[in-house]
Design a binder for this molecule. Structure first.
Ligand SMILES: Nc1ncnc2c1ncn2[C@@H]1O[C@H](COP(=O)(O)OP(=O)(O)OP(=O)(O)O)[C@@H](O)[C@H]1O
Ligand SMILES: [Mg+2]
Length: 283
């Protein structure tokens, strides 16, 4: 493995999904990703934006090795995932963690918080049996679940959506990952909670220097935390950079930015008012 290589990279990756035509005789290919190349550097927050169906989740699943590409390479520290040895694979499994959209389905409803997190501690040998509770409570506290011991015995149904997502983030953070791939981590949450979880991600990044690949429809939120933004359209990255929102180069990015106006009702109302109050015919 190369030391200075990006922690994750995609090299000319294509992902096809096959389906049958309605008459059942022909197979049709859908090109969910089309020649995508991308580097994720250690410690950076890379946002992936784009309309529904543009391939964002497909890209995330490849980075997490939940899918295999139809062609091209997915690399961890410069080595193709298929060529990682046992030690490299173990390093990858700890260094790259996932947080998903709906915390209630990513946490086992029949397991208490202490059991869900305890399972990971034992599986990865993160603390001795005597130290396990203190280790878990330390991680709960570091994602803002305090007093930590009051959360240990609770089931997911006894937590709010925001608290569930914090538990999911604590579970990922316990392994001291270098990057967390988060597919729409905010969109199942109440709007009032989204800002808090976003703030937590920013705090973790500062404290632990963990990077994020974060997928979101919320361009405002991404503008607030991203170091770089990749804009996806029909399976391709059409634009990538630091000032994508302030200086969009691609017409599709401009469209995306315009489409977000209704998400900001005051701005939309002001625009509408200006349009309505526009040139008035006087005779
Ligand atoms: N397992 C699959 N089998 C067949 N088609 C799939 C599969 N997964 C994704 N697709 C298709 O691939 C394309 C990209 O899907 P993907 O889920 O990556 O989009 P997305 O950008 O995450 O969209 P959204 O914003 O709605 O989550 C879509 O046309 C989708 O229907
Ligand atoms: Mg998706």
């Amino acid at each position: 493995m190369t030391v200075d290589a990006p922690i994750l990279s995609l090299r000319d990756v294509t992902q096809l999904f096959w389906s049958r035509s309605p008459d059942g005789w022909r197979r049709r290919a859908l090109r969910a990703l089309d020649g995508v190349s991308l580097d994720v550097h250690e410690g950076e927050t890379l946002a992936i934006v784009g309309e529904s169906g543009s391939g964002k989740s497909t890209l995330a699943r490849l980075l997490l090795a939940l899918n295999r590409p139809s062609s091209g390479q997915v690399c961890f520290r410069g080595t193709d995932l298929r060529r990682l040895g046992a030690a490299g694979h173990a390093d990858y499994r700890r260094s790259v963690q996932a947080v998903f959209q709906d915390p209630s389905s990513s946490l086992n409803p029949r397991m208490r918080v202490s059991e869900t997190l305890g399972y990971v501690v034992r599986r990865h040998d993160l603390a001795t049996a005597q130290r396990q509770a203190a280790f878990i409570e330390g991680h709960l506290a570091s994602v803002g679940l305090t007093p930590a011991d009051s959360f240990m015995g609770r089931y997911p149904s006894q937590l709010s959506g925001g608290q569930q997502q914090r538990v999911a983030i604590a579970r990922a953070m316990m392994l001291a990952p270098r990057v967390i791939v988060a597919d729409e981590p905010l969109s199942a949450l109440d709007v009032s909670i989204q800002g808090q979880v976003l703030e937590l991600m920013r705090a973790l990044k500062e404290r632990s220097r963990v990077g994020f690949v974060v997928i979101s429809h919320d361009l405002h939120a991404m503008e607030a935390i991203a170091d770089r933004v990749a804009v996806m359209h029909q399976g391709r990255i059409v634009e990538m950079g630091r000032d994508v929102f302030t200086h969009p180069k691609h017409e599709y990015t401009r469209l995306l930015l315009r489409a977000r106006l209704p998400a900001d009702p005051r701005a939309a109302r002001a625009q509408l008012a200006a349009a309505v109050a526009g040139p008035v015919a006087v005779d």
